[in-house]
Design a protein around this ligand. Structure first.
Ligand code: GLY
Ligand code: MN
Ligand code: MN
Length: 359
């Protein structure tokens, strides 16, 4: 695995572009704080001026912050708004750009009250485009997560047979990922059989697998803070002609997208490829979600591969490709891989074969 030199100074420099002496940025999303400092705690605030940086944490996190956010000034607060106020006053800040999706109305109103002369300016996606392009070190972590996840699925695949409950498979898969070195599952593992497979985000329950079921397994691991995301759909015992045909079409949509992804294509164009493929077969109405999303410190992050999104894919972005067809009350098929965008194509990081597999 390649470990980058500490990436924080370069990231902070990008973030600070265009700041004036009296400006500050207030970063509140824990993953963004991690991205900028290395601090992995679940709570806190990061304030950045043009030439200063303060990580504000409560007493639970002081030692951890000192150990992880090396070289960053740590400010301990009892109350987050009071801490932000003290830092802003101490630095004579006149304007704060804050991460508006992460500040609740109550905290915002209290900040306004405490800092009446400071302009509070919402920043919605301050870091998302920065985070979207990964270094090779970040890509290595996603690849490692994908390997752990794929090996865990291979180890439990024989469990996918008639009589076994969805929940049992999900629990075993998560256990194997943890045993294999995952810090945690990337999200609540989905194991959906039969009609449940027609729910794109089903929760594994007590449903017992039956012959003829589609079983959708959507799973991922976290390694070094980075996520993988992969979906395999298996058919148990015997596949009907319709299931085989729909599998072939979803696979074709998936493969065409993977064949088209490269630096310079737009997210909307990628989505149109998958959607067009399923629409030609009369299945467009049954593909009711986007074609993919960015993956990194969060399992869902920028960019979104969806209709109308004209952002351009850049080399180093890591995205999923996950077309699906869902037939309510019957079954569903989704195929998902996580890929890195390269100049001349893309590299698939997830490991498991997507050939039609009847177990
Ligand atoms: N596992 C969530 C997703 O595929 O987006
Ligand atoms: Mn997924
Ligand atoms: Mn996904």
């Amino acid at each position: 695995m390649r470990y980058d030199p500490p990436p924080y100074p370069a990231r902070l420099a990008r973030l600070r572009e265009g700041m004036t002496q009296k400006d500050a940025l207030l970063i509140l999303h824990p993953k963004n704080i991690r991205y900028l400092t290395g601090f992995t705690g679940g709570d806190g605030a990061l304030m950045a001026g043009p030439d200063w940086l303060v990580l504000l944490v409560d007493g639970r996190y002081v030692t951890q912050a000192q150990e992880e956010a090396i070289g960053t000034e740590i400010f301990e607060f009892r109350n987050r708004v009071d801490g932000i106020t003290a830092v802003a006053c101490g630095r004579s800040v006149e304007a704060i750009g804050f991460e508006s999706p992460c500040l609740c109305v109550e905290e915002y109103l209290r900040l306004q009250e405490k800092l009446p002369t400071v302009a509070l300016r919402p920043l919605s996606g301050a870091l998302q485009s920065l985070r979207a392009v990964k270094t090779e070190g970040e890509i290595d972590r996603i690849r490692a997560a994908a390997v752990i996840a794929g090996e865990a699925l291979a180890a439990i695949r024989e469990m996918i047979r008639p009589g076994v409950r969805e929940q049992e498979i999900a629990i075993e898969l998560e256990y194997r990922m943890r045993r294999g070195g995952a810090e945690q599952a990337a999200f609540e593992t989905i194991v959906a059989a039969g009609a449940n497979a027609a729910l794109p985000h089903a929760t594994p329950g007590s449903r017992v697998i039956k012959t003829g079921d589609c079983v959708t397994i959507d799973y991922g691991a976290v390694s070094g803070g980075y996520h993988s995301d992969e979906t395999c759909t298996y058919i148990v015992g015997h596949a009907s002609d319709r299931q085989k045909e729909v599998y072939r079409l979803v696979r074709e949509a998936h493969d065409r997208v993977i064949g088209a992804i490269r630096a310079g294509i737009s997210c909307g164009a990628v989505d149109r490829i998958a959607r067009g493929c399923l629409e030609e077969a009369g299945l467009g109405a049954h593909f009711a979600h986007g074609t993919g999303h960015g993956v990194g410190l969060d399992v869902h992050e920028a960019p979104r591969l969806a209709a109308g999104r004209e952002e351009i894919l850049r080399a180093g972005m890591v995205v999923t490709v996950e077309p699906g067809v869902y037939l309510p009350g019957l079954w569903g098929i989704r195929i998902e891989d996580t890929v890195v965008v390269r100049e001349e194509g893309c590299e698939v990081l997830t490991q498991t074969s997507k050939d039609l597999t009847i177990l």
